[in-house]
Write a protein that binds this ligand. Structure first.
Ligand code: AMP
Ligand code: ZN
Length: 493
């Protein structure tokens, strides 16, 4: 079934087909690297990753993301720190990529603004030649909005009566106030600049994305995505620049993720109500719980961040992992149960239909948990046969190729962040829970299985002291053992 997505441009849900035979060309606005990303930012990036992984199941995908490594804040902060722009942003680029890895966000092709300055200057020259841009006394360039009557078509703002020639030269706009926007900024005294065909200066934020996306993907993209705050002015301006230059539609589907909120307000740096991924991990939360929480609410609904929600997410992930472990570990009769094979197939179809329905992740998760419940019940009644394991595992794998929470590697990821905090002199931020989770890093499942087996053998031989000793040892390694009538099960903390 062809997927349907909500297109901000048309304001409705539309059937999606790529323009070029089965190859989707998608551009995502990436981070501005002047600080660590907060989990609001990562709500958008996790959504883009879910969309990426879903699309990959059905199409060939060319997915490009930019890193904005030059803007007003970066220029200001690097100058204040007395280092070059590259040196200043390197640390935050690295941190962004590490955080994305911890959240199992697959890496798209990455383009960096500072590596495409000359193309941006040439593009601006083209806009000048066509009458869409003009140069002012100080050497800056502006886009002439009055020449582009469709301005406002994405954000649905009415710019009639707009003042011709009024300009803004900052990246942050007053909402609802259309102004000729800066394409290129002449350097202020002492500021870093590039020497180009249109003179010295640096690009504005909007021109970066127009130039880099079309360079990599062609003049018309299938999908362009970002958070909801980018609709205006960033994406509105991208459309104006790109369509003015090419005369062709720039993007077919604009897909925007709604905000992550904290107590009803947007999580943001300026409000100071934000958590970074590292903050949460050091408090003792697993990256998989955070990814799950961010994925669990469909992208067009705002998501209110709470610690309760994070705990529920951790439980949900644990339930899925326990189910998989049960399938792997328990011994079962030979044969198969047709009802289970059907259950596995139907669940897969339901998940796919839910994601095709404008990425309804909540419904896909509901289908998954229905399967886990029914299969667990069947296993409790000994109605699950050896031949049923394979179809259930395949459905789990299909689920995880999009949701990416099943692999039990949180311990290694937490350990890395704990080590980073120690190296940065932030040891006081490391909670005992984070240390406990990190303690399980480096122990293989086979090692743990062997210790659990040894513990059970000691108990059978009534050597309870040795049994308790092994259990304590496992506990110290970050492993919890649950002994049930069917034997011992373990999990990482
Ligand atoms: P920035 O690094 O500020 O350019 O933001 C990177 C991405 O995060 C953009 O796509 C923003 O739209 C998005 N974003 C910023 N704040 C939030 C939030 N509270 N919830 C969801 N996405 C956000
Ligand atoms: Zn952008």
């Amino acid at each position: 079934m062809a997927p349907h997505f909500f297109n901000t441009l048309s304001g409705r849900i539309e059937e999606f087909q790529p323009l070029h035979d089965q190859e989707v060309r998608m551009y995502a606005c990436g981070p501005t690297v002047y600080d660590f990303g907060h989990i609001g930012n990562f709500r958008t990036f996790v959504f883009v990753d879910l969309l990426r992984r879903y699309l990959k199941q059905h199409y060939k995908l060319h997915h490009v993301m930019n890193i904005t490594d030059v803007d007003d804040k970066i220029i200001r902060n690097s100058a204040a720190a007395g280092v070059s722009i590259n040196e200043y942003t390197k640390k935050y680029q690295q941190a962004f990529l590490e955080d994305a890895d911890a959240l199992n966000i697959e890496r798209p092709e990455i383009v960096r603004a500072t590596e495409h300055i000359e193309e941006m200057a040439r593009f601006i020259q083209k806009l000048v030649d066509k009458g869409f841009a003009y140069r002012v006394e100080d050497g800056s360039y502006y886009f002439r909005i009055a020449k582009f009557p469709e301005y406002g078509k994405l954000s649905k703002k009415d710019f009639a009566g707009m003042e011709d020639g009024a300009r803004v030269d900052v990246d942050e706009y007053e909402k609802d106030n259309a102004r000729d926007f800066a394409l290129w900024k002449a350097p202020k005294p002492g500021e870093h600049y590039w020497e180009t065909v249109i003179g010295p200066g640096r690009p504005g934020w909007h021109i970066e994305c127009s130039v880099m996306s079309m360079n990599a993907l062609g003049e018309t993209l299938d999908i362009h995505t970002g958070g909801e705050d980018l609709v205006f002015p960033h994406h509105e301006n991208e459309i104006a620049q790109s369509e003015a230059a090419t005369g062709k539609p720039f993007v077919r589907f604009w897909i925007h993720a709604r905000f992550l909120l904290v107590e009803g307000e947007k999580m943001s740096k300026s409000l100071g109500n934000f958590y970074t991924l590292r903050d949460l991990v050091l408090m003792g939360h697993k990256p998989s719980s955070i990814r799950y929480l961010l994925s669990s609410v469909p992208y067009r609904k705002q998501l209110n961040f709470t610690f309760d929600g994070l705990t529920q997410a951790a439980n949900a992930v644990e339930r899925l992992r326990n189910f998989k472990r049960r399938l792997e570990m328990e011994q079962r009769e030979a044969g198969s149960n047709e009802a289970i094979a059907n259950l596995a197939d139907e669940t897969r179809a339901k998940m796919d239909a839910a994601l095709a329905d404008d990425m309804n992740t909540a419904q896909a998760l509901a289908a998954m948990f229905d399967m886990v419940r029914d299969a667990n019940n069947a296993a409790d009644r000994s109605e699950l046969k050896q031949g049923d394991v394979d179809p259930l595992m395949k459905t789990l794998a299909a689920f995880d190729s999009v949701f990416a929470v099943m692999t039990d590697d949180d311990a290694q990821k937490v350990k890395k962040i704990v080590e980073w905090a120690e190296a940065e002199g932030k040891a006081e931020k490391i909670s005992p829970q984070a240390r406990e989770i990190a303690a399980a890093a480096g122990t293989s499942d086979a090692q743990i299985d062997a210790l659990v087996h040894e513990m059970q053998e000691a108990r059978k031989a009534k050597n309870f002291a040795r049994g308790d000793q092994i259990r304590a040892e496992l506990n110290g390694m970050g492993i919890i053992v649950e002994v049930t009538k069917d034997g011992a099960r373990w999990r990482r903390k």
